[in-house]
Design a binder for this molecule. Sequence first.
Ligand code: ARG
Length: 454
Amino acid sequence: MWGGRFDEAVTDEVAAFNASIAFEQRLARYDVQGSVAQARALVAAGVLTVQEGQQVEDGLNAILAEIEDGSFAFSVRLEDIHMNVEARLTERIGPLGGKLHTGRSRNDQVTTDVRLYLMAEINRITRLIQSTQRSLVTCGRAHQDVVMCGYTHLQRAQPVLFAHHMLAYVEMLERDRERFSDCARRMDRSPLGSGALTGANIPVPREVARREMGFAALTPNSLDAVSDRDFVIEFLAAASICMMHLSRLSEELVLWSTSEFALISLPDRFCTGSSMMPQKKNPDMPELIRGKTGRVYGDLFSLLTTMKGLPLAYNKDMQEDKEPLFDGVDTLSACLSITAAMMADASVNRERAALSLKGGYLLATDLADYLVTRGLPFREAHEVVGRVVRDCIERKWEIEDLSVAEFRAFSDRFDDDITTYATIDASLARKSQPGGTAPQRVAERLQFWEETLP
Ligand code: ARG
C-alpha cells in the first residue's frame, strides 16, 4: 500500500506484531458499510463516475457476502481490516478499487468502523439488559409473598420483601441501560472525511457519507475525530459499572447458596460438582461473573492508560483499543445472558427466609418509631429500645415474646397496641412511602416493570 517510499518489506515478525487483523475481523461488515458510504460521497464529489461508483459498490457487496459466508481470506500481510477489504476490492474490480481511498485515511476509517460496530453492539446489549431485568422481575413476582431479613454491614437489620431486593437490581440495570444509550448518543457522529488528521484536500462531501451510514451528525474537529477514543472508554466505563452490579448480585447468590444462608437454590444447570467431594454443588456461574468483573475493569484501565500520554492526533498505540473493547463487549454480553437465564429459574427457600426473620431483633427500629409516635424524641426512644434488646439477648427472647406489661417496664409510653404495631407484617406495611418495601409499593413496581419492559 505504501511501497513507493521503502527499500525493503517488513520481516514476518514485524508484520505479525504490527497487524491488527487477527483480532478485528468482527469489524469487517462495518468497514464495508463505511466504504460504500465513502464511494457514494466520491460519486457526489465527481471523483468516481456514477458507473464507477456502482462497480465499487457491487464489488464491496460481493466482499460483504464473502465475509458473511466465511469465505473471505484475511491476510496478516495486509495488516488490518481496512487494507484487507481494499486489496480484495482491487482484486475483484481492478485498478478502480484504488480510487476508493481518495480523501480518507485509515485513521478516520478505523474510528468510523468502531463507532458503527459499537452502536450495533449497544443495541444488542440493551436487549440483554432488558431480558436480565425481566428475569429479576419474574423471580420477584414468583416469590412476591416472601419476606426475609434485610442486612446492613451484613448484620441483621430490618424485614424486607425478597421482591424488593430483586427490584433493587432491576433499578441498577435500568441506570446501566441509560448509561449505554447516553454513550451511544454521544458516539453517533461520523468522523469519515477527517482524513489522516486535518481533513481532505479533495472536497468529498462528508454529509453524503454521514447520511449513508445513518450517523446523527458530523464530528466537528478532524484532529479530535481521529484521536478520540472517549466513546470506547465511556462504553467500557458503563460496562464496568454494569459488571459491578452483576458482581454484587453474584456475590449475594454465592452467599445465599451456602448452607449457612441456604436462602436460594440455583438450577443445577448453572452449577457444577466437585471432582473429589461428591456432596458439592458449587455456584460457579455467579463466582465466574464476580471474577470476570475484574477483567472488564482491566479492559477499562488498559485503554485509559494507553490513551493518557498520547499527543494529537492518531498514534499506533490506539490500535490497542480493540482487544479490551471486544473483550469487554463479549464478557459483559455473556455475563448478562447467563444472569438472565439463571435468575428466571432461581428459587427461594421460604422456610429459611422465614427463619431469617428470627433472632435479629428486626423490629427494634419499629419499637423506637412507636415511641416516637407517642411523643418521645427519637434519640431517647433509641436508648429505651436498646435496653429492650439487651434484655431480650440476656433472656434469649424475641421482641415478639414480650408482653405489654414487660414493654411498659421499659417505658410507660408502651400501650396495648404495641403488640399489633411490632409485627413483621405491620412493619412492612408501614414502609409505604415511594421506594419503600411495603407489599403494595412492591406490587406496583413489579407491575410497572412488567408493563414497561419489552
Ligand atoms: N489498525 C489500525 C488501528 O486499529 C488502523 C489505523 C491505522 N492507521 C495508521 N496510520 N497506521 O488503529
